[in-house]
Design a protein. Sequence first.
Length: 111
Amino acid sequence: MYKEQMYEEYFAARVAALRELKGVSAREMSLSIGQNTGYINYIENGKALPSMSGFFYICEYLGISPSEFFDLDNKNPQELRGIISNLKRLTPKQLESISVIVNDLANSVHP
């Protein structure tokens, strides 16, 4: 499989996953970003790729940055950004406590 094809499949799957996480239909998302009703379906089915501006509209609609879109390990970028924003407001002692909890949770997860 060519790398380009892998990237296109990843792109389509990422759009679908983030759209589903937001809880909207492909049709609703298409219309909300000013496109025809099948626009997101075409992207998710690998039949089309958005233009650069289209990609930015997709990210804006999903409430994420382009770099968050391509962060393979970040399954819920909007939620993670909110958590990080709140963490920045904590005291060093509070951060230390949270770190212990997060490390404990992360080590208890089985892949």
